[in-house]
Write a protein of this length. Structure first.
Ligand code: SF4
Length: 304
């Protein structure tokens, strides 16, 4: 069992930056169920951005469809709500076009490991420079509790009331098999831990993949807050844990039942996608700066 991350240092830092934090506050009503892990994730994300001194103009938030995607208007700034399962190509395109922008993609386990699993594979291989927050609540909550690829075997769900028959997918086992450069896991009930992990992900100069083990109070009653607290283990508290050792990370990521490892499990930066593009290596401008501006007012008038 692990302890909640001591938030006192973070709170002191944040108190000095209250105004910076408030810039991310949206006036939209929060619509998640009571106790949903999405509240914590959003709070941690805003804290991480604040502590990294990022302003509204520095960040693009890309959201997939799902309960996490309903956060697209709950954070103030540049946000895009994309198609189901397609948040990674959307975010990758933005990150490649404008490397001066921090791009953050958010998606749930339903979108990521069904419609979007192909995009995840290529985003990791290509090491696109963006932060990916994968909310894993082990079901598709927005479509009222259908099984996802991470739902545990035998668990009754809406749409499979006699229990899921397929084997569950362990997200980080898949991610770590693809030669990633940054892999972390955190928990929606520990805002301090999420904040620190998100901050580390924001510093990574490639594809930072972060799995949030997330509570779904409405459709996943088998793994509530306490279930996680009894099992979480921070890698930073493990003796001799070497986050540059891929095999150690793969071994420790396996267990999702008895001892669930959280923290930065693996980190080994390499030349990212943009840095590897030979035709771009001597170019000082970004693609968005090179776009020719065209007058589209005539076309737009045809939609009136
Ligand atoms: Fe959150 Fe689950 Fe409710 Fe969706 S269904 S808002 S994930 S608690």
């Amino acid at each position: 069992m692990t302890q909640k991350t001591n938030p006192s240092q973070l709170i002191t830092l944040l108190a000095k930056k209250a105004k910076d934090y408030q810039q991310f506050e949206s006036e939209e009503k929060l619509t998640w169920c009571s106790g949903c892990g999405d509240y914590g994730v959003h709070s941690a994300l805003k804290r991480a951005l604040t502590l990294e001194n990022l302003g509204l103009q520095d960040v693009l938030h890309c959201f997939d469809v799902g309960c996490s995607g309903n956060g697209s208007d709950k954070i103030h700034g540049y946000t895009v709500h994309g198609l189901h399962g397609r948040v990674l190509p959307l975010a990758a395109g933005a990150a490649l076009a404008n490397p001066n922008m921090k791009v953050i993609a958010s998606a749930g386990d339903g979108a990521t490991f069904s419609e979007g699993v192909n995009h995840l594979i290529h985003a990791i291989r290509s090491d696109y420079p963006l932060l990916f927050i994968m909310h894993n609540n082990e079901n598709s909550g927005l479509t009222i509790g259908q099984a996802s690829a991470t739902t545990r075997k035998g668990r009754p769900m809406n749409g499979s009331p006699d229990g899921v028959t397929a084997e569950p997918l362990n997200p980080l086992e898949l991610v770590l098999s693809l030669k990633p450069t940054f892999v972390a896991r955190t928990f929606s009930g520990d805002i301090g831990h999420m904040t620190e992990v998100f901050r580390k992900g924001l510093h990574h100069n490639g594809f930072a993949c972060i799995e949030v083990m997330q509570v779904c109070t409405t459709y996943n009653k088998a793994t509530p807050q306490n279930w996680y607290w009894d099992r979480l283990k921070k890698v930073e508290e493990m003796k001799n844990y070497d986050k540059t050792d891929l095999w150690q990370a793969r071994k420790i990521a396996e267990d999702l039942d008895k001892q669930i490892a959280i923290g930065v499990l693996y980190e080994k930066p390499r030349q990212n996608f943009i840095e590897g593009l030979v035709p771009r290596q001597k170019v000082k401008t970004s693609l968005v700066e090179e776009v020719r501006h065209s007058d589209v007012s005539e076309i737009m008038r045809t939609f009136d």
